[in-house]
Design a protein around this ligand. Sequence first.
Ligand code: SF4
Length: 400
Amino acid sequence: MEARHKIDFLINDSRLDPELRRIAEKVVAGERITFDEGVLLYEKGELSYLGVLANYIREKRHGDITYFNRNFHIEPTNVCVYDCKFCSYSRMIKQREEGWEMDVDAMIDIVKKYDDEPVTEVHITGGVVPKQNLEFYADFFRKCKAHRPELHIKALTPVEYYYIFKKAKLSHFDGMKYLKEAGLDSMPGGGAEIFHPEIREQIAHDKCTAEQWLDIHEQAHLLGMNTNATMLYGHIEKFWHRVDHMERLRQLQDKTGGFQTFIPLKFRNKENQMSDVDEVSVIEDLRNYAVARIYMDNFPHIKAYWAMISRDTAQMSLSFGVDDIDGTLDDTTKIYSMAGAEEQTPAMSTQQLVELIKNVGRHPIERDTLYHVVTDYKDHVFDDESAKKKNYYALPVLNS
Ligand code: SF4
């Protein structure tokens, strides 16, 4: 059944709650839903209802297209001056012996490992340490661009930048401008967690505030850079905190238009200070992707990190609003595995990623960081693929 027919069927179902029907009608009309309606979706929206709405928006925007990219990560350090309660990754300064701190040469050596690989992006993030300051990163960005000018540098978050710019006594705008001139191309979405102080104070009390996070993104947008945004969900926050978080992002996006992608991140409870907090179910993951797709009407893309939520859930998410499942990774990140993600050595070949997408009837496109098409894999046949049995399967909720 077409996405439009499914939503019409839903609207005409007399058993549907009138408030939910009104939201479905707004979605069809392309109207923005309100804060209260966002909360209502979380409180009353069943998985199948949310899936129909989110999939309608996803297919209206992108059809069956599902994006991925070929990238690798550099994590310059896992030592951190901050103490986020949910963090399974960082080692405090006093636990230095369990941590690593790279110098610029070590980071360039990692870049050189990919000299013969068709990667388009290096994604850099990690902890916050005094030595990795403004000049450290400016030096790395310059050397990286000198070595491989076309490699897109997507680096650090406002958590690092706020610390670095404060130490360097630079405004957010001047700091971002300096690093842009050194070679920085864009910013990933991390460090956002949950913006509302009621929750932020409890889980990330000592790092940048919501206002500082948003301001650094705003300055990057003013400088012509694109950025992403995340939300850490499924811990001690209430539904309305999630909507508050998305509302702040939606407002900034109305102002600047500089965000590309919204990435909900699932809280994992392995070996951190919140290990007593249960993780939410896969059903809640899918509901959350769907509400994000419905609420974030001015964000072009919704991304699921396959390495964080498992390959199966990533496949299902493609029917709940997600149109991007991140990159090949090549086992270059420890952030997900140390937090207890299903993928302990996250790496997929391009062929595996393409098959994962095709197996749920979607259309794989390799993109660069700015969503330019690198390769369209719709009709691409890999050398050893032609002999294989086609194993398309229908998703239970939406593809029947
Ligand atoms: S989440 Fe980031 S800022 Fe917080 S402790 Fe971990 S590495 Fe440091």
